[in-house]
Design a protein around this ligand. Structure first.
Ligand SMILES: [Zn+2]
Length: 254
């Protein structure tokens, strides 16, 4: 059998198209984002979605995106107290580059409640959902120890396309998200909970991410997540990876 790297090398050179996607990373936090992306591209990861989350990160993200590098911009829960006033700027940033394709990462984080209270977080989250729905944009969600409330707020909003970055729920939560048409993004960590989540979902409700450099080391690490999903779904890694890329492209209109 061919190894995964042999397969991707062959496909890249034959078709000139790079099949896999890292659905969530932070390229702005790498010293040389372009170099990091090119390394991922060589490994078969031709699309990455890099997320801002505060004013500085959003401007860097705007600077980095082009080609297969797409970005989302937003004010994440932990920065809500200090940077809520920056939310209005998002509308302008979203119009500046066609590779800025959504709002994220946004949501609720109970662990960060000391930095920004949950009340403040909710206000900013809802405001950003309103921008997303008025501009018909997808959102990338950060939810930590807040899943029930995050679900409630999302159900009340008019936003349709929702990606749960680093999904924190169990298999029942995953089914509930799938029922709403939302996507569940799997991070590069070993956990029996995530295995159950993967097993219970349709492959077309799943995407893979590295959240690098915070969790995974770099975007090319997404291959190991795709491999794991493929194994649990009983399909080939190439099929799993290509379907995730198709899902992402349809979801983000790219
Ligand atoms: Zn992240």
């Amino acid at each position: 059998m061919e190894s995964l790297s042999q397969i991707t090398t062959r496909r890249v050179s034959l078709e000139g198209e790079v099949p896999f996607t890292d659905a969530h990373c932070h390229l702005d936090l790498f010293p040389e984002p372009e170099k990091t992306f090119l390394k991922a591209r060589k490994a078969g990861v031709g699309v990455v979605i890099t997320a801002g989350g505060n004013a500085e990160g959003n401007m860097k993200t705007l600077d980095i995106v082009h080609g297969g590098i797409y970005g989302v911009v937003g004010i994440s829960p932990e920065f809500m107290l200090s940077e809520a006033w920056k939310i209005d700027e998002l509308k302008d940033i979203l119009k500046m580059n066609k590779n800025i394709i959504g709002i994220g990462e946004i949501g609720l984080d109970a662990v960060m409640a000391e930095k920004s209270s949950l009340e403040v977080q909710e206000k900013g989250f809802i405001k950003q959902l309103e921008i997303a729905s008025s501009m018909e944009l997808p959102v990338v969600i950060h939810s930590r120890r807040s899943l029930n409330r995050t679900f409630e707020i999302l159900k009340e909003s008019a936003v349709k396309n929702v990606v749960f970055h680093y999904f924190e729920g169990n298999e029942n939560d995953a089914i509930a998200a799938e029922k709403e048409g939302w996507l569940v993004s799997i991070p590069p960590i070993e956990s029996s909970r995530l295995k159950r989540v993967i097993k219970v979902l349709d492959i077309d409700s799943i995407v893979a991410e590295t959240d690098s450099p915070a969790v995974g080391k770099e975007p090319s690490d997404v291959l190991s997540v795709i491999e794991k999903v493929a194994l649990l779904k009983g399909i080939s890694t190439v099929e799993a990876g290509e379907r995730m890329t198709k899902t992402i492209k349809e979801y983000f209109y790219v």
